[in-house]
Design a protein around this ligand. Structure first.
Ligand code: PLP
Length: 445
């Protein structure tokens, strides 16, 4: 695909240029933008399926025991995603009653759901017990007490994991590091806290501890820290054996990264899965333990590349020594550049193949100077009315989208074999006031 070939590892796997127009999943993006409006998010199902297959093949090749791929709903979650994850045989990681509700309403099998979260409300825990989630991932001691009370009141035994903060640092943005000793997530290994809380769970007649979990952070490109987390959890399991604990399930979390720009190298999952598998097997051998079921929890690496955001160019503005391409979305549908300084690339979807000759910034319409989606990119000369496609928009965009400036959250489409299915409608103006209640007469005086 002429000048988009350098983008082949960031565009969805079905991307192709036809007569200068970008096609994904057999669909003409220009036609979709005309029909559904912009900003518009499209998801290429073939790319999501390919990502799952790569995890499956790597686990099959490298892990000798049983395993499970559990999709982290926070990356992007809606009814269609739940249907897809269910059909693909994935497990599901939810962190709130809301994510749980979406999953169960869509018919996702509750036994395959893991309920994470560092401060689950009693109502959320009760909901988890009511629907019968497979695992509740306990985060701290007070939560152990609360879940135990709820389980006792129902006369039930609940199957749980314990989340551990293994004190392992990783190279990623500070805001997405979660496994250091000073993190808000999980129980620290230090001062035997993890041992103490695990003992507490093991004594409970209402809680059945079957697994240990850690998650180090997101957008990781080094496998070794994750492999180290698996070892640390197995060491803890070994220390708990005297209390009758058997490590049936081990989850060293998710977090594998993806390239966002052509300058970033591809990040195949196989070496990561191989390293974690090997570390697990070796650590279990060292302790004379059976290998547990290995549970990986990818979010971003399953869906980020499948998603493309489409924006209409409103104007092109020369400001001092900068040129701004002004588009109709940004901060409200994708807060990542403002939150983490995340970098993106873009393609002019209606003129694929035109040579990139101008260096521009791409900015949205929201009232924040931080609403700059791309600080610097070479593009062909861009004109009002052009359609800009931003690859790698599938994870942590729509799930983090806001109504800032009363923006209406975009529509999302599911692209498969030349068909486009609406999976989320664009919000309407009425949606923006649906929760509002007018004050009674006289109160505004
Ligand atoms: C416990 C847990 N598992 C899995 C994930 C998924 O991470 P990612 O989307 O980076 O794979 C997260 C993300 O924060 C998480 O907190």
């Amino acid at each position: 695909m002429s000048n988009t070939s350098r983008l082949h590892h960031v565009l969805p796997i079905t991307a192709t240029g036809v007569d200068g127009r970008l096609y994904i999943g057999g669909c003409d993006l220009v036609a979709l933008a005309d029909r559904f409006g912009t900003p518009l998010y499209v998801y290429d199902v073939a790319t999501m399926n390919d990502a799952v297959s790569r995890y499956e093949a790597a686990l099959e090749a490298h892990y000798p025991g049983s395993w499970e791929i559990t999709y982290a709903a926070k990356a992007f979650w809606c009814t269609a995603m739940a249907q897809w994850a269910s059909t693909r045989g994935l497990g599901l990681d939810v962190v709130s009653g809301g994510e749980l509700f979406i999953g169960t309403q869509a018919g996702f099998p509750p036994q395959r759901i893991h309920f994470h979260g560092n401060n689950k409300a009693d109502a959320e825990l009760a909901m988890a017990l009511e629907v019968g989630v497979g695992r509740v991932v306990l985060d701290h001691e007070a939560e152990v007490d609360r879940l135990e009370r709820l389980a006792a009141a129902r006369g039930e035994e609940v199957t749980v994991w314990l989340r551990v903060a293994p004190g392992i640092d990783v190279h990623t943005h500070d805001y997405v590091v979660t496994g250091r000793a000073d993190t808000k997530f999980g129980v620290p290994l230090a001062e035997d806290t993890a041992m103490r809380v695990a003992r507490r769970i093991l004594r409970s007649p209402h809680l059945r501890l079957v697994g240990l979990h850690a998650h180090l952070g997101s957008q990781l490109f080094e496998a070794m820290p994750v492999a180290r987390a698996a070892q640390v959890l197995i060491d803890l399991a070994a220390a708990l054996r005297d209390l009758g604990f058997v490590l049936h399930e081990l989850s060293p979390g998710g977090g594998w990264g993806v390239p966002y720009t052509p300058e970033m190298s591809p990040a195949p999952v196989e070496p990561y899965v191989a390293a974690v598998s090997q570390a697990t097997v070796v650590a279990c051998q060292r302790h004379g333990m059976e290998i547990p079921r290995l549970v990986l929890e990818p979010g971003r690496s399953l869906v980020a590349r499948a998603g493309v955001a489409l924006y209409r160019v409103g104007g092109v503005k020369h400001q001092s020594d900068r040129t701004f391409v002004l588009i109709d979305g940004g901060l409200a549908d994708n807060p990542r550049p403002a939150l983490y300084g995340a970098k993106y690339t873009a393609v002019v979807a209606n003129r694929v193949g035109d040579p990139a000759t101008e260096v521009v910034a791409v900015a949205g319409p929201y009232c924040e100077s931080g609403d700059v989606l791309i600080q610097e990119i070479s593009l062909p000369p861009v004109r009002p009315g052009d359609l800009l496609a931003v690859p790698v928009s599938g994870a942590y965009h729509l799930s983090m989208a806001s109504n800032y400036n009363a923006a209406r959250r975009p529509a999302a489409l599911w692209l498969v074999d030349g068909d486009a299915h609406v999976i989320q409608e664009r919000e309407s103006l009425e949606d923006l006031i649906r929760r509002d209640r007018p004050l009674p007469d006289g109160v505004t005086r």
